[in-house]
Design a protein around this ligand. Structure first.
Ligand code: URA
Ligand code: CA
Length: 431
C-alpha cells in the first residue's frame, strides 16, 4: 500500500477500506508517514468527508493506536459523558455523584490539560487533601464500593489522536465533522466507556456556531457509537452564554455543591437532569427518561447525591466538610465588581471571552507549565434576559491582584445589550 494512492482515492471521493484506514493511522502514529502526506490526507477528508462506516473504522484505529483502559472489574454499565467545549462547565462535577447515587458506576479518568479553567481534577483539588494518584486496583475497588472515583490520566491513550490533532491545528483541518467525531469518540472508547452521553454545545461561545452543524456532529458521534457497540445518546445545548454563574475552580466546586443541594442555577440544574436522565436509562436503572428524572430529583431532595459526593471526596483524601462549609474552599483576596456599561436587557454573553477573562485572573493554564490559582475566577450576576442599569454590577471578580483592567474590559466586551427584552431561548434542542 502507498500513502499517495490513498490520498488520491479520498481526493476523488471514494470510500476507504478498513485496511487503508489502518495503514494511514498506524503509519502516521509510528512515524512512517510524514506530516506533509498526512496534511494532504486530512485536507481531502475535510473536503470529501467520510461515510459513517469510514468514520467508525477511523475511530477504532485511533483507539487501537494506544492503551485501552480495562474496566471489566467494575460491575454494571459504565456510562460516560462528554461535553464539547463549554466554559465553566460544571456538569461533570454534578452528574458524577448524581448518577452514582442511583448505582451507576462512574469510573472517571481525567486530565488537567489547558483551558480557561482547570480540568475536573484541578477543580476537585480545590478541596484540601483530595488527590487522584491512586493505584488502578484501588480505583476499581472504590468504584465498586462507592460507585464513583476519579483517577489521573495514565498510560498512552489514543496517541494517534494527539498527533493528528496537533497537525489539524496548524493545517486548518480542525473543523471537519468526521475528524472531530472520531477524535472525541476514540478517547471515550479507549477510556473504557460502555455507553456514552454527549452534550454538544451550539452558539457564539461554542465550537459549533450553527444548530445544523451541531446536529450533524451529534449524529456522526451517535453513528460511531452504535456501529462499534457503545450505545450513544446526544443532547444539543445552548452556549450563547456560560452555563451557571461561576467560572473558576473553587467557585465551580461551590456551584456544584449548591446544585447537588437543589439550590443551583436553573440552567445548570436543568441540563444536569436532562443529561443525567439519559445516563440513568443507558445504565439500565430506569425504563424511560421521565422515570429517570424523578429518580434524580429524589436523590437531590433526600440528600443522597450530596452524601455520595462527600464519601467520594473523603475516599480520595479530601476534606468533605467543605460541603457543609464552603468557606473552607480556597478564597481569593479581593472581590471586585464589574459594572454594566449600558442600560437595557442582556442579549448575549460570549462565553469564550468570559473564559479568557477567568484565565487572565489565573484560573486556567495558558501553557502546560502554568500554575493554576484555584481560588480565583468570575461569578456572573446577570444573564440573558436580565435587565440592568448602567453602573450596576454584572459580575464579581475573585482575584489575588487589584490590577484587573484587562479582565474588566474583556467581560464588558463579552456582554451585549438591547433596549428590547429578548425572546427566551431554549436551553436544550431536541435531536
Ligand atoms: N475536541 C476533541 O477532542 N477533538 C476535536 O477534534 C475537537 C474537539
Ligand atoms: Ca459554571
Amino acid at each position: 500500500m502507498r500513502m499517495v494512492d490513498i490520498i488520491a482515492k479520498k481526493r476523488d471521493g471514494s470510500h476507504l477500506s478498513k485496511e487503508e484506514i489502518h495503514f494511514v493511522i498506524d503509519g502516521y502514529t509510528n512515524g512512517q508517514i510524514p506530516d506533509y502526506q498526512m496534511s494532504a490526507f486530512l485536507m481531502t477528508v475535510f473536503f470529501q468527508g467520510m461515510s459513517a462506516q469510514e468514520t467508525a473504522k477511523l475511530t477504532m484505529e485511533m483507539v487501537k493506536s494506544g492503551d485501552q483502559i480495562d474496566l471489566s472489574g467494575i460491575e454494571g454499565v459504565k456510562v460516560d459523558k462528554h461535553s464539547t467545549g463549554g466554559v465553566g462547565d460544571t456538569t461533570t462535577l454534578i452528574l458524577a455523584p448524581l448518577v452514582a447515587a442511583l448505582g451507576i458506576p462512574v469510573a472517571k479518568m481525567s486530565g488537567r490539560g489547558l483551558g480557561h479553567t482547570g480540568g475536573t481534577i484541578d477543580k476537585l483539588e480545590a478541596v484540601r487533601g483530595f488527590h487522584v494518584e491512586i493505584p488502578e486496583e484501588q480505583f476499581i475497588e472504590l468504584v465498586n464500593r462507592n460507585k464513583i472515583a476519579v483517577v489521573g490520566q495514565s498510560g498512552n491513550l489514543t496517541p494517534a489522536d494527539k498527533k493528528i490533532y496537533s497537525l489539524r491545528d496548524v493545517t486548518a483541518t480542525v473543523n471537519s465533522i468526521p475528524l472531530i467525531a472520531s477524535s472525541i469518540m476514540s478517547k471515550k472508547i479507549a477510556a473504557g466507556a460502555d455507553a456514552i452521553v454527549l452534550d454538544v454545545k451550539v452558539g457564539a461561545g461554542a465550537f459549533m456556531k450553527e444548530l445544523d452543524d451541531a446536529r450533524e456532529l451529534a449524529n456522526a458521534m451517535m453513528e460511531i457509537g452504535n456501529q462499534v457497540g457503545r450505545k450513544t445518546l446526544a443532547v444539543i445545548s445552548n452556549m450563547e452564554q456560560p452555563l451557571g454563574y461561576a467560572v473558576g475552580n473553587a467557585l465551580e466546586i461551590k456551584e456544584a455543591i449548591e446544585t447537588l443541594q437543589g439550590k443551583g442555577p436553573a440552567d445548570l440544574h436543568e441540563l444536569c437532569l436532562v443529561l443525567g436522565s439519559k445516563m440513568v436509562v443507558l445504565g439500565g436503572k430506569a425504563e424511560t427518561e421521565d422515570e429517570a428524572r424523578s429518580m434524580l430529583e429524589e436523590v437531590i431532595k433526600n440528600g443522597r447525591a450530596l452524601q455520595v459526593f462527600k464519601e467520594f471526596l473523603s475516599a480520595q483524601g479530601g476534606d468533605a466538610s467543605v460541603v457543609d462549609d464552603v468557606n473552607k474552599l480556597p478564597q481569593a483576596q479581593f472581590q471586585i465588581p464589574v459594572k454594566a456599561t449600558e442600560s437595557g436587557y442582556v442579549t448575549g454573553i460570549i462565553a469564550d471571552e468570559i473564559g479568557v477573562a477567568a484565565m487572565l485572573l489565573g484560573a486556567g493554564r495558558a501553557t502546560k507549565e502554568s500554575e493554576i490559582d484555584l481560588s480565583v475566577g468570575i461569578v456572573l450576576h446577570k444573564k440573558i434576559g436580565d435587565q440592568v442599569e448602567v453602573g450596576e454590577p454584572i459580575a464579581t471578580l475573585y482575584s489575588n491582584t487589584e490590577e484587573v483592567g484587562e479582565v474588566i474590559n474583556r467581560i464588558s466586551k463579552a456582554y451585549d445589550y438591547s433596549i428590547d427584552k429578548p425572546s427566551p431561548m431554549p436551553l436544550i434542542y431536541t435531536i
